[in-house]
Design a protein around this ligand. Sequence first.
Ligand SMILES: O=c1[nH]cnc2c1ncn2[C@@H]1O[C@H](CO)[C@@H](O)[C@H]1O
Length: 320
Amino acid sequence: MGEPKKIIIDTDPGIDDAMAIFVALQSPEVEVIGITTIYGNVYTTLATRNALHLLEVAGRMDIPVAEGSHVTITKGTKLRIADFVHGNDGLGNQNFPPPVGKPIEQSAAAFLVQQANLYPGKVTVVALGPFTNIALAIQLDPAFAKNIGQIVVLGGAFAVNGNVNPASEANIFGDPDAADIVFTSGADVLAVGINVTHQVVLTDGDRNKLEKSNGKFAKYLCKILDVYFSYHRDAYSTKGVYLHDPTALLAAVNPSLITYTEGVVRVQTVGITRGLTLFYNKQKRFGEVTEWCDKPSVKVAVTVDAPSVLKLVMERLMDA
Ligand SMILES: O=c1[nH]cnc2c1ncn2[C@@H]1O[C@H](CO)[C@@H](O)[C@H]1O
């Protein structure tokens, strides 16, 4: 194995975010060089607090946390916060003590730009919340799209219903304008949508295995998973939970776990379909000039090796 891939996790922790962060810290293929925070599952201030807390649980206070935007890319302040999925504290209503650590002075966007410049082509951003910080980095530095190695986003509902409403998936819905900026930036973007992550389910049985293990991450997660399980039972009538964030993270760690197709993605930013991700496969040359013309292609995940993803998540969480 060569040098580990440098990754920055942009996150709104979040129960499945916590899982993804722990899996990343347990993955020898990658080196987590920073965490940037964003609103989504919780407000940004709480996301920062939770990110610092999770790093303390992991004993990895050496990893810098940069706080991200508190508003959307269009300065919108009416945010949709998914506390009904993750609990009021974002971590299953456990009232954990406040972290000792502090975020660094730099903003998330400034940190992303700095790291992309420091290691051109070598840094992967894994975006697990709305894409505001990434869009801000693109606006801050015109070279960011070129300097960043890859941007792996958890987001979109490609040719399936969303999870906020039939049109829209939560991370895109959180900031559709930012998502459109990222998808059309020319960066190497891989989108892992809920059409893929809904195939990766952690069942009651898997959770029992985590509970019985001695792994510190497994034990910690079992404390916070209750809220996430009850939400899935209510919303989807399933006895398991979707592993959105860990799937996207592992797609960044090991691209062979997924297959993808390439084309242009645009995001609807207004109206009842606000947040809709529309993929153009470039198979037809349209007579009309369209809003998809002359836009760079991105990668969109199509299939996932769900058993392997689940196995890796379980192994890595229990082995610590
Ligand atoms: O129904 C939902 N509404 C809002 N957010 C959700 C819902 N289900 C999951 N997530 C959160 O949003 C991302 C996937 O879209 C995941 O990070 C998940 O934690």
